[in-house]
Design a protein around this ligand. Structure first.
Ligand SMILES: Nc1ncnc2c1ncn2[C@@H]1O[C@H](COP(=O)(O)OP(=O)(O)OP(=O)(O)O)[C@@H](O)[C@H]1O
Ligand SMILES: Nc1ncnc2c1ncn2[C@@H]1O[C@H](COP(=O)(O)OP(=O)(O)OP(=O)(O)O)[C@@H](O)[C@H]1O
Ligand SMILES: [Mg+2]
Ligand SMILES: [Mg+2]
Lengths: 254, 254
């Protein structure tokens, strides 16, 4: 089983878009994935068409009311298995912020709820390394770092890498990671420059697949659908399928 | 004097880009603005070419070491007055997170450091309503909300509006606000749809000026320059000048 945490402390780089559509790609590859929404803005939840979720039936219920993860699984309209988020998650950071001991709670929950399943779990994070994201990173077997093809996003990678290395030292474990360039616009020299600079910085960790800037990817959340349901012939759908195949081929989800 | 806080809890909607370039536009209109970077990722600081800033000489120094705001003013290479951010700001949220009394500290600092000046102060925030952003909102005379022309950004506005209304009730004061659409791509139907929906939701608060998606805006931070220095003839420069004139014309900075 592989828990993949999707994180970048830079905002708007495509964490949610990547988590939604990679999960959807894996579902179509019969990998039976589970998507966990760990952002109080619940954009993954929204993007998959889940409405009217109650706080107690979301990841807020896991942290605040000791609900088990398997009891929180919902089937989204498109058929995907999701543990939704809710605005109440915002209180978790405030409640537990300084309490270091709760950082391991999600890891423990995943192990007790899903001990032997061979299915991938993808976790969408908010753009901040608070107590929720720390839970997601500690629970991770792998970290996937989306980086949009612009300078300020590139800046974020250096900092994130340093933060992960510091965690690796403290916890004496490693966080194998992959970086994927998103919002790649092939008409812009900037896109190629960012891709090259990232390659110099992270080497083999950089995915060959880039996600193209494609309006269908921006439209699909408004219809509560993943890209394969919304626009199966779009460039966005092609790219996320290619990304899923590239990562799957390297055992990223095993 | 007008303190304008630039905030949206959605990531990557152009808060920093708007803060940098509005401040630059106001500087060229001889308004002598000050930009305050309140994001521990320090992207405004970086975008204006400030390097090697020490923690104690940043907004972290204001919160942790009681430095005065005027003692932290720096002149960026392009000539703008900036109070920079630093990674150490990340600790402030952790240090003071639960201590409600420090939420008024920036407001007090602005009033004591800049009591009678007629210059605008623009504050760039991180995408989270934590103790730093709360300081910025409480210090604000106005709130400027950038919204990128996509569905998930639009979602964020409803939530932000509700959060500001709740604050207005509790504090018995108002936060006059303006919403500006950013990353507008005139070839996309989605851009027009988002603009229309926002108009229905916020009415007069929606700026007539939209900021076009323009690669020069994405490139300029990498050169440590605002858009007027980097690409004065670009669409991005035109749009931010128009936006500054529209807001100035309505007394938004007075
Ligand atoms: N490749 C793409 N092409 C077009 N639009 C995209 C693409 N990737 C993401 N978007 C759009 O850009 C916006 C930001 O993406 P997204 O919300 O996935 O980023 P995020 O990193 O999850 O943001 P946050 O930090 O706020 O959680 C969204 O409106 C999304 O629909
Ligand atoms: N109108 C535009 N045209 C082209 N690129 C843009 C435009 N506005 C912003 N960008 C680019 O998009 C990225 C996100 O913008 P920016 O960093 O200003 O957003 P933000 O809201 O401050 O993000 P965060 O939530 O992480 O603080 C940046 O790389 C920026 O250079
Ligand atoms: Mg997201
Ligand atoms: Mg920013």
């Amino acid at each position: 089983m592989s828990v993949v945490t999707v994180f970048n402390q830079k905002g708007g780089v495509g964490k949610t878009t990547t988590c939604v559509n990679l999960t959807a790609a894996l579902a179509r590859m019969q990998r039976r994935p589970v998507a966990i929404d760990l952002d109080s803005q619940a954009h993954l939840t929204l993007s998959l068409g889940l409405r009217g979720v109650l706080g107690a039936d979301s990841m807020a219920g896991f942290f605040k009311e000791e609900r088990t993860l398997e009891s929180l699984l919902q089937t989204a309209p498109g058929g995907m298995q999701v543990i939704p988020a809710h605005l109440e998650l915002a209180k978790v950071d405030a409640l537990f912020g300084s309490n270091k001991s709760i950082a391991g709670r999600l890891r423990a929950g995943v192990r007790s709820s899903f001990p032997h399943n061979g299915f991938p779990i993808l976790i969408d994070c908010c753009p901040m390394m608070g107590v929720l994201t720390l839970n997601a990173v500690l629970a991770a077997d792998r970290v996937l770092i989306p980086v949009s093809a612009d300078y300020l996003s590139l800046q974020g990678v250096h900092r994130l890498d340093a933060a992960l290395q510091a965690l690796e030292k403290t916890l004496k474990r490693s966080f194998p990671r992959k970086v994927v360039v998103t919002r790649f616009d092939s008409r812009r020299r900037l896109s190629y420059e960012i891709y090259e600079k990232l390659g110099q910085h992270v080497g083999e960790a950089l995915c060959r697949t880039c996600i193209t800037e494609n309006v269908s990817l921006a439209e699909s959340p408004g219809h509560g659908m993943d890209i394969f349901s919304y626009a199966p012939q779009s460039q966005g759908a092609k790219d996320y399928r290619l990304l899923a195949e590239e990562l799957q081929g390297e055992g990223f989800f095993d």
